[in-house]
Design a protein around this ligand. Structure first.
Ligand code: FAD
Length: 279
């Protein structure tokens, strides 16, 4: 799984499968149900810490073209959930449609961004959603925005397989979109650690207190390491893989950060990162 995650960490999946289209996906889900096998949907793997012993059952990746199409109608875009977020922004900009610029530099797919309600700094993708098409078990469902809940890095979409989404965009000239994206990317390059494999922020910012990076920083934890994993010197809420980190190294560092921050600030940091598989 290290080949499929931005952390470049993770043992093997029993079965890694890329369905060709929705019928193919349904066949896999049917097979998994019949044989009582687990399944996990992976997007860009940019929010996952996969255990060193890997993942049992199916890991399903929606990379086939059938899951990454995009159609525009007026100021809305209907896109497959396998599309990469940067492709989505680029294709919308070509049609003079903006509103997605705040997502520039966030790796991964539309499906992952929706599940995580990805965003930066204060906007999030959930605000743009009009309708989701998904598989609930083996049934295809459409859920309008009134039936969906999005909150800070969280959504009510867990348990569904997201197939496509209709997003409300805004009319904007392509050069203006590109200029805003450039500004956002520059800001990110200055503040985030992009030189090493990571999953972005490890912890959620606790509500009503300083951001997680500041709490970690105040404990003097920048640069602290466990095996090949280390707290980034540039952004204290990033853990980086310095080359050969294992999932257990990262887990050990997470535990230590939580313990020390709790001792110093009486705040238990919660993970934004998803721990998947066997450790
Ligand atoms: C350098 C860096 C910077 C980052 N900056 C930001 C940032 O500024 N803001 C931010 O919010 N995040 C940021 N992230 C985190 C991450 O990129 C986002 O959370 C991203 O949206 C995850 O998308 P993904 O496709 O990689 O999802 P994955 O990591 O593959 O999966 C995340 C979750 O989504 C689920 N999922 C994915 N696709 C589907 C689907 N089709 N159907 C059902 N479930 C699905 C998975 O099962 C899993 O539960 C950053 C990460 C990195 C590495």
């Amino acid at each position: 799984m290290g080949r499929h995650t931005t952390f470049k960490i993770g043992g093997p999946a029993d079965i890694f499968v890329c369905p060709e289209d929705v019928d193919d996906l349904l066949n896999i889900l049917r097979y998994a149900e019949l044989h009582k096998m687990d399944h996990f949907i992976i997007g860009g793997g940019s929010k996952l810490l996969v255990g060193d012993k890997g993942i049992r059952g199916f890991v399903i990746s929606l990379v086939a073209p059938a899951f990454s199409g995009i159609e525009f109608e007026g100021d809305t875009a209907a896109a497959g959930c396998g599309i990469k977020v940067h492709e989505l922004i680029k294709k919308a900009a070509e049609k003079d449609l903006g509103g997605l610029e705040f997502l520039a530099g966030i790796p991964g797919t539309l499906g992952g961004a929706l599940t995580m309600n990805a965003g930066w700094p204060s906007r999030a993708i959930g605000d743009l959603v009009e309708e989701i098409t998904a598989l609930k078990g083996l049934e295809k469902v459409k859920i309008g925005k009134d039936g969906l809940k999005f909150s800070y890095r969280s959504s009510s979409l867990g348990g569904l397989v997201l197939v496509s989404a209709r997003l409300k965009l805004e009319k904007k000239a392509k050069d203006k979109i590109e200029a805003e994206m450039k500004k956002n990317l520059e800001k990110k390059r200055k503040t985030q650690e992009l030189g090493y494999p990571s999953v972005g922020s490890i912890f959620l910012n606790p509500s009503g207190s300083s951001p997680a990076w500041e709490l970690i920083d105040k404990c003097g934890l920048r640069g602290k390491s466990a095996g090949g994993a280390a707290v980034s010197e540039k952004h204290a809420n990033f853990i980086i893989n310095r080359g050969n980190a294992s999932a257990s190294d990262v887990r050990k560092l997470i535990d230590e950060i939580q313990k020390i921050v709790f001792k110093e600030h009486q705040i238990m940091l919660k993970l934004e990162t998803k721990l998947i598989g066997e450790f």
